[in-house]
Design a protein around this ligand. Structure first.
Ligand code: ATR
Length: 273
């Protein structure tokens, strides 16, 4: 019987995950169906239960349910515990649920494998201090950067997040007003500012010459942060398409035991290629 998987969120209609997983399944010869599942805002757990009772084997979880997925999981990986969120649920036949998060490894694979960036000894600036940023701090620090600065509009949240990860490396939190005079090799945007087509207030010279910028979100047209990076001559001005495909590939590996080749899938999704 064809195994069923889905991405669950609200809203969900524009998710690219069904297309990504269909391409993975075709490439690896896995017999599965992957759909988009809209959960009511007040019934995430019921939606998961119904999907499982209909034979569902696994779920990707997106906004706004990653915390509820964390709470629903009977077992969680150490990286999900660190991230405080779950984006991959495995629904077992005995009724138990495993939770993992693949967002962090998705970002790191895109940065280091697909784009060949070496973060060891580098200065990293991460913009934002919400759930998206919390999900990527552990793997970024595992690359052993010289420092990782979290800058956020609400300074207290940046300080709190830095404190949560201080045992993993040289991480500090601050507000945007503490950035003038500091320079970074890589800037990762994890704020929601792009949703309103804005870029956080950054000094013009905050990126070193030849530095890289990464926007964790993806849109068909260049995001405001990608445009900002291009205007400042960044050597890499990247959006989150690669991260989206890489986190999906890691979820696919967890469920199916096979890691798909992501390059042709990224190329197929990139508009104009
Ligand atoms: P997510 O789970 O996507 O990270 P979140 O937890 O709501 O969402 O976090 C959104 C992040 O974007 C926060 O860091 C937020 O800053 P505050 O903590 O000060 O709210 C940041 N953000 C949202 N809009 C922003 C804007 N216009 N400029 C700068 N930062 C913004």
């Amino acid at each position: 019987m064809t195994d069923r998987y889905a991405v669950v969120g609200n809203p969900i209609a524009h998710s690219k995950s069904p297309r990504i997983h269909a391409l993975f399944a075709a490439q690896t010869g896995q017999d599965l169906r992957y759909e988009a599942l809209l959960a009511p805002l007040d019934d995430f757990a019921g939606t998961v239960r119904r999907f499982r009772s209909e034979g569902g084997r696994g779920l990707n979880v997106t906004v706004p349910f990653k915390h509820e997925a964390f709470a629903l999981a009977d077992r969680r990986t150490p990286r999900a515990e660190r991230a405080g969120a779950v984006n991959t649920l495995t629904l077992h036949a005995d009724g138990s649920i495993d939770g993992d998060t693949t967002d962090g490894v998705g970002l790191l694979t895109d940065l280091t494998v697909n784009h060949g960036l070496d973060l060891a000894g580098r200065s990293l600036l991460v913009l934002g201090a919400g759930g998206a940023v919390r999900g990527v701090l552990e793997p970024l620090l595992a690359e052993r950067p010289a420092r990782l600065v979290i800058a956020n509009r609400t300074v207290a949240k940046a300080l709190e997040l830095a404190g949560l990860f201080a045992d993993l490396g040289p991480v500090e939190g601050c507000g945007f007003d503490a950035l003038p005079g500091r320079r970074f090799d890589l800037i990762v945007n994890g704020t929601a500012a792009g949703l309103s087509n804005e870029v956080p207030p950054l000094p013009d010279d905050v990126l070193i010459e030849g530095g890289a910028c990464y926007d964790m979100v993806y849109a068909d047209a260049p995001t405001a942060f990608v445009r900002w990076a291009r205007e400042r001559g960044a050597a890499h001005a990247l959006d989150g398409l690669g991260m989206l495909v890489e986190q999906a590939a890691e979820s696919f590996r967890i469920w199916r035991g096979v890691r798909p080749d992501t390059r042709p899938v990224i190329a197929a999704l990139r508009p104009g290629i």
